[in-house]
Design a binder for this molecule. Sequence first.
Ligand code: ANZ
Ligand code: ZN
Length: 874
Amino acid sequence: MRPERYNAKEAELKWRKVWKDRDLFKTANDDPRPKYYVLEMFPYPSGRIHMGHVRNYAMGDVVARYKRAKGFNVLHPMGWDAFGMPAENAAMQNKVHPKEWTYANIATMRAQLQSMGLAIDWSREIATCDPSYYKHQQRMFLDFLKEGLVDRKTAKVNWDPVDHTVLANEQVIDGRGWRSGALVEQRELTQWFLKITDYAQELHDALESLDRWPEKVRLMQRNWIGRSEGLLVRFALDPETTINETDEVEVYTTRPDTLFGAKFVAVAPDHPLAKAASADNPELAAFIETAKRTGTAQEAIDKAEKLGFDTGIRAIHPLDPAWTLPVYVANFVLMEYGTGAIFGCPAHDQRDLDFVNKYHLGNLPVVCPPDVDPATFVITDTAYDGDGRMINSRFLDGKTIADAKDEVARILESERHHNRPVAERKVNFRLRDWGISRQRYWGCPIPIIHCAACGVVPVPHDQLPVVLPEDVSFDVPGNPLDRHPTWKHVACPQCGGEARRETDTMDTFVDSSWYFARFTDPTLTDRPTDRHTVNEWLPVDQYIGGIEHAILHLLYSRFFTRAMTKTGHAGISEPFAGLFTQGMVVHETYKDASGGWVLPSDVRFETEGSARRAIHIASGAPVDIGAIEKMSKSKKNTVDPDEIIASYGADTARWFMLSDSPPERDVIWTEEGVQGAGRFVQRVWRLVGELADRTRDVSGPSAAPGPLGTAVLKAAHKALQAVGDDVERLRFNRCVAHLYELANSLQELLAQSKSAQEAGLSHAFRDAGRIFIQLLAPMMPHLAEESWEALGQSGLVAEAAWPVLDATLLIEDTITLPVQVNGKKRDDVTVPRDAGQDAIEAAVLALEGVQRALDGKTPRKIIVVPQRIVNVVA
Ligand code: ANZ
Ligand code: ZN
């Protein structure tokens, strides 16, 4: 007997077991069908999954199941981005070993993801903290090193003098360490770098080819790479004022057109000229020290007040030897970009303007906006960086910016100072090499040994992996690897002498830069990848994840893939052909009278008039309903997926996550929304019951349907086409809408069919019911299996081929024509497309608007212009 109510709990367990027992989602590498690789960004094992995960993985799962039904050999794997700071923080706070913490979290979250019923090949699961994974990462690091893709150089880091540790930029808050609160210092440390800048131009250019990426993401990457075409200009220094006989300073500018608006030259605090000038100037030395405190983060530099110190040195204007400019040390000039020196044109650069306004250096506009009178054009607080014509610029006056740039470049290129051209055109990139050294424990050890005699020595391949020691302590700050009593002491692989292991570990972004490649054959033990297999599977056809990874993760992966290709581990350049960035899951926030955040599950609602009121369940006290914000633990506006799945089932959670808004937008989680999804599940089940009753005795091939049967099939095929279309475009909310519509149509047609005696009608319901369930299956896979069985279908819906569309059923078979009476439009008539003159005449005369216009008169003539219009002449 079919139960009245669908029991999600039982059914979901049952079908997951069936899928698992049959190894249904295991993917073979030697399958002859065309491949499709769908991947969601793998999770960090933080403890428990959140609703954002549910949304992300539900989307990927729809694609995976749909493509499988469409006949593709689908790769849909899952793994864990398992290294990183939170595990070490947990170790410090709760005295639990990072490894233990991480693997416990993985176990919990794996079970949670499995309870969602995802069509994932779990046999390919990887965790980046596992030596069987990071062994290969170490191997690739060494291959990159050999290939010249790795650099070791000093770099500035944020150093926390209390915690004795390097801080990431985001761990520096207002110039202080996030944990210790100590003033952060800039230190020079020797670090390992991956030479992503070798690929700057290519990473920039290839963005053009990524036509299945959001334009927004491509733009963000383009800006991050920051390609600019500019000019290197050597400014001679006035010998009377200069220091150490330094007689020039080279600046980088993208606006040589503005040279006649120059008001100063500025160098970075760590520019050699600044250092030289500070040698006998303690005030300047002190200024340089504070300026260095701003931190290395671009954002901090942008936000900080623009400060400078006049060195007293004067620079000579390259286009006018009689004109000199003051040379400042300025905190907003970075040593790492261009040449570490600039000329400032305040009228057309906001930073420069802020600067001159503070130091009263004045400004001179040299670009006049279109339709503005140059005579009255002045700049006060806002620089003008738009288009226009040159003014106040001698021989450049009247030119466009582009022409002026070119003219200045041409002149200065041919001018010489100390026998070298004064200027040189130069393409610059904002992109820096990727510093991967982290002074932390829970990361992939960098496989290097330092020997006093031999220098930097790679760990021999047969000694990989360099495994993290487990007996480490977290009771004092700093790097546990560094203070481990024995781990770092090793014999040099080259001379056998006493040597020291590198105790830095890799940035966890390295781990996530190639996991998608490892998934293609995660069982390989002797190498990271099989080149042939990687090339077969990659690029990922559809990658899905959060916009927060728009820059770093994706850029690093694009670089890493190229580096793997250069070292023979792959043969492609772009890892992700299609990218989709989904919106967040947001929820109302609640606060009690004392301002503390309150969990949604601790709140119940009342309505008073039209207003909704929230009440704290335990105390009965009123609760303030606050803004709708991204679900976060700190605001307690989270909903636990486990609880939702336990009370409604995974299908309901999936359905709601897919239904409510376009996938790229934020979705608001509401209790009513989930309940609505839950009701739809039951409605589907009742509909399936009726369909099962209606089609119980149907067997054999479809008989030719009558009008009602045709309507049934039309409804199904219309949905079939629409859902297919919208899954391909990842418009899941529209798929949901199509399925609601189909459910409604079938319901109505079932009601109409009660009295109908029509040959082939049951067959039509059988076929339409089957299509309905198949369309539902990617989104609500458990309910679909249960329904499939209830409808007497054989096999599993998860294994069934996607229905074949009958395009003839999509042709509209009625036509609507405007109807005129004596030349005036009175009504419209809808008739069968092939209706004859008599049928049309009869239908027209029955129209209310026509009868009213005729007012009892008999028409003399009815003219039908086929497919166009009907004219009634009275
Ligand atoms: C003069 C000028 C006039 C500039 C003007 C801009 C506007 P992008 O496009 O990002 O490459 N600059 C150069 N090196 C710098 C450094 N190390 N630190 C801070 N600023 C630096 O930016 C290039 C522009 O940024 C350069 O063009 C330079 O200022 C500044 F109306 O030169 B410009
Ligand atoms: Zn040695």
